[in-house]
Design a protein around this ligand. Structure first.
Ligand SMILES: [Zn+2]
Ligand SMILES: [Zn+2]
Length: 287
């Protein structure tokens, strides 16, 4: 099904609030874009039908803002295309609010930051220790184990380089704080979290202190810059979630929800560094 982009209203410059009539006459829950917005935390059907269409439009605005698209509230081609791009399976809930909080703390300085922390701090979404163990439970068949282990070590190191955290690989039999596992399809995380084959959701992870990151075994994982999905980039992103980071709307952030290729730029943006340091502080001075 395709929707046409709707022009802005001539008089007000605001996007028209009406949906294409074909959309209004259908059960919204049948639409793939509505399921997408629900899965990623932009929309949940509550209240009257009339309220639902306003909520739907607001959900599209919020999705466009987080995705760095022009904010129109209209389900245009660019917005629909964005929904098909490979991404992380974690919802974007709170990413706008958490980002706004980081920015205002940055500009308001340290004292305001401490005040804010008292008001907004959500206890529980961080680790209360700085030395964390991890285990790679399994890995993609096509990739050699030592190379995957190296990528995992480097991905954890990205975060320890810019924070007070330290990571070590747990022995194969003992307990580990963070476990990285490749799964296929439904893997007892609820149907919304079932993996969807190549493309779509590539991986997901849980906030502290569950310590789980799951990767879709059906992706064409590689450690190359050119072909397939670069596992190192996705590992680094999911590890960010296991440390307590939400998605970032900042351009070029590693914690942005969409998959990005491994480029020549630094993988962590200023916003990623700020987010992890807000939780765990800066790295200790090393001589
Ligand atoms: Zn994510
Ligand atoms: Zn899972």
């Amino acid at each position: 099904m395709e929707y046409q982009a709707m022009p802005l209203s001539q008089e007000t410059g605001a996007p028209p609030y009406n949906f294409p009539s074909s959309l209004l006459s259908q059960n919204l829950s049948q639409l793939p874009d509505k399921a997408f917005l629900e899965k990623y935390g932009y929309f949940s059907e509550r209240g009257s039908k009339a309220a639902a269409s306003t909520q739907f439009s607001n959900a599209i605005r919020e999705f466009q803002w987080v995705s760095q698209l022009p904010v129109s509230g209209v389900l245009d081609q660019a917005t629909l295309h964005q929904m098909t791009r490979p991404r992380c399976g974690v919802a974007d809930t709170d990413s706008h609010a958490a980002w706004a909080e980081r920015i205002s703390a940055l500009f308001a300085g340290h004292r305001a930051k401490m005040r804010r922390k008292k008001r907004f701090a959500k206890p529980g979404n961080k680790w209360y220790k700085q030395h964390l163990s991890y285990r790679l439970v399994n890995w993609p068949e096509r990739l050699p184990e030592p190379a995957v282990r190296g990528a995992v070590r480097a991905a954890f190191q990205l975060w320890s380089n810019v924070s007070a955290l330290e990571f070590w690989e747990a022995p194969a039999t003992g307990p580990a704080d963070i476990r990285l596992t490749f799964f296929q399809g439904d893997h007892n995380d609820g149907l919304a979290n079932a993996f969807d084959g190549p493309g779509g959701a590539l991986a997901h992870a849980f906030l502290p202190r569950r310590g789980e990151a799951h990767f879709d075994r059906d992706e064409r994982w590689t450690l190359s810059r050119r072909r397939g999905r670069n596992l190192f980039v996705v590992l680094a992103h999911e590890i960010g979630h296991t440390l307590g980071l939400a998605h970032s709307p900042a351009p070029r952030a590693l914690m942005a929800p969409y998959y990005k290729k491994l480029g020549r730029d630094a993988l962590l943006s200023w916003d990623d560094v700020l987010a992890v340091q807000n939780l765990y502080g800066e790295p200790p001075a090393r001589s």
